[in-house]
Design a protein around this ligand. Sequence first.
Ligand code: HEC
Length: 125
Amino acid sequence: MKARWLTALAMLAGLPALIFLPPQPEAAEATDRVSGLARNGDWQLVQANCTECHSSALIIQNSGNRAVWQSRLVWMEQTQGMAALNPETEDRILSYLTENYGPRQSTRRAPLPNHLLPANPYPTL
Ligand code: HEC
C-alpha cells in the first residue's frame, strides 16, 4: 500500500517536468522529421514535386551526380507517368539533389564470410 502511494507521488512529481519541457527549435534540425529530406536549399520544392507517387525514402537512399539524377527524372517521365517539370523547377530540384545526395561510395555491407553464415540445410550443387 505504502509503495503504491510512493509511486503515485513520484509520478506526480515528474509531471511538471513533462509539461514544461521547452519545445525543440525546428530550424536547428538538419533533416525534416516527416520526409527525412535534408533541410537545405529547395527541400520543400522536392517534397512538393517528388513525394506524390512514392516515399521520400526512395530519394534519400539514392545518390548521383547531376547527370545521374537527371536520368532518373527522365526515366520517371518516360516510364512512370511523371509530368515534365518546368525547366526552372527541374534545375532547382537537380541542384538540391546533387548537392545533398551526390555521388558516394556504395553503402552496401560486404558479404559475410562462409564461417559466419548459418548452416545451409540443403545439399549444394
Ligand atoms: C508520377 C509518379 C512519380 C513522381 C511524381 C516521381 N516519381 Fe520517382 N519513381 C516513380 C516510380 C513508380 C518509381 C519506382 C518505384 C519502385 O521501384 O518501387 C520511382 C522511383 C524513383 C527513384 C528510385 C530509382 C531507382 O534507381 O531505383 C528515385 C531516386 C526517384 N523516383 C526520385 C524521384 C524524384 C527526385 C522525383 C521528383 C522530381 C520523383 N521521383 C517523382 C514515380 C514517380
